[in-house]
Ligand binder design. Structure first.
Ligand SMILES: [Cu+2]
Length: 64
């Protein structure tokens, strides 16, 4: 699944989102492209759970 996270603005944001998602059940791989504001998550995790996790880290995911 892919999301655009427009308020992800620096490497700190990338690390924070990456750490948060990596701890989530069913997440196998997280790929983040800061320039494109793109967050890609592979695995069996629920979309709603991933969205919640990104929000809980303080960011706003949009469906891509
Ligand atoms: Cu940042």
């Amino acid at each position: 699944m892919k999301f655009i996270v427009r308020d992800m603005s620096c490497e700190h944001c990338v690390r924070r989102i990456n750490d948060t998602l990596s701890r989530l059940d069913g997440v196998k791989e997280v790929k983040i492209d800061l320039e494109q504001k793109l967050v890609e998550v592979d695995g069996t995790a629920d979309v709603a759970a991933v969205v919640e996790a990104i929000k809980s880290a303080g960011y706003t995911p949009e469906a891509k």
